[in-house]
Design a protein around this ligand. Structure first.
Ligand SMILES: C=C(O[C@@H]1C=C(C(=O)O)C=C[C@H]1O)C(=O)O
Length: 290
């Protein structure tokens, strides 16, 4: 979504379309990272001495050096971009005049994103071990982290859109004034959207995670190597299914689980945090007063 485009910037349908497109970005970023081994040493602090004096891990060093350059070209002045590291230099380009879509806030959950990514995601998508591809792992890690961060922080735009819905605003204002987190969470939750997302995500992960022949069939490496006998014993069939699963570039279950247990809950946490500070410094219009 072009955040400089003032028209219809907060339509919930348009925002949801952005989240759907980010599903593709995230799945392909995970597939790219899954090409390389876990390379756990890139996540351990103090393994290398860095020219910037950093005491962190190889990934933290790489991420900080990259974010410094991106900050210089004003990446983090955009309301949908959030850095993982600090301090960062001021932009060398003049800042763009983004429409004031969001209420001023300092919400940044990238620390949680990094923690969950390293603990729950990388070990599930990468083969264990060390293949020395540390630079490749780190570049793919940054792409995964940036895509996850953009998706999860989009919760601010979603929350603003829901807050600006005239049929909901009075209720949100009352719940925010009561600091009723649970009720705010319940009001912003849309289980139908979540269920549809997880179904779509599984299909995407199954398709994106497979190979496509020149005639367009969706196959996995095992299909091309496994005998086509239709009377394969049950044991062979189960083994084939296990091999088929293992030959995919990424396991659909892992992607769905990642969204169900991490991406969606953290997006909603961002929505709740954003709404809880939404009234700060804001004059409640007469028509919205309870
Ligand atoms: C993003 C939204 O808010 C909530 C979070 C969702 C998600 O993270 O995918 C989906 C539906 C809602 O429960 C939305 O309403 O679209």
């Amino acid at each position: 979504m072009n955040l400089l485009n003032k028209d219809d910037a907060l339509s919930l349908a348009r925002l949801r379309d952005v989240l759907i497109r980010l599903e593709d970005t995230i799945i392909f970023a995970l597939i790219e990272r899954a090409q390389f081994a876990l390379n756990d040493c890139t996540y351990q602090p103090g393994v290398y001495k860095y020219d910037n004096g950093s005491q962190g891990s190889f990934l933290e060093y790489f991420l900080h050096e990259m974010e410094k350059v991106h900050a210089r070209v004003r990446r983090y002045t955009s309301p949908d971009e959030y850095p993982f590291t600090s301090p960062l230099p001021e932009p060398m380009l003049p800042t763009l005049d983004f429409p004031p879509t969001l209420h001023p806030n300092k919400i940044n959950v990238n620390k949680d994103i990094m923690e969950r990514y390293l603990q729950d995601i990388v070990p599930k998508i990468c083969a264990p071990g060390d293949d020395l591809n540390y630079g490749s792992s780190a570049t793919r890690d940054t792409e995964c982290l940036q895509a996850l961060s953009k998706r999860i922080h989009y919760g601010k735009f979603i929350a603003e859109s829901k807050f600006m819905d005239p049929t909901q605003q009075k209720t949100y204002i009352r719940l925010i004034q009561n600091k009723d987190r649970d009720a705010i969470m319940e009001l912003l939750t849309n289980r139908t959207v979540e269920a549809a997302l997880l179904r779509r995500l599984r299909r995407k992960a199954l398709i994106y995670g497979s190979d496509i022949t020149e005639t367009g069939e969706i196959v996995t490496k095992e299909d091309q190597e496994t005998p086509t006998t239709s009377t394969a014993a049950n044991g062979d069939k189960q083994q084939h299914q296990q091999q088929e699963q293992s030959s995919r570039k990424i396991q659909a279950d892992v992607v769905v689980d990642l969204y169900e247990r991490f991406v969606i809950p953290l997006t909603k946490e961002v929505e709740v945090e954003y709404l809880l500070q939404r009234l700060d410094g804001w004059q409640i219009p007469e028509e919205s007063k309870n």
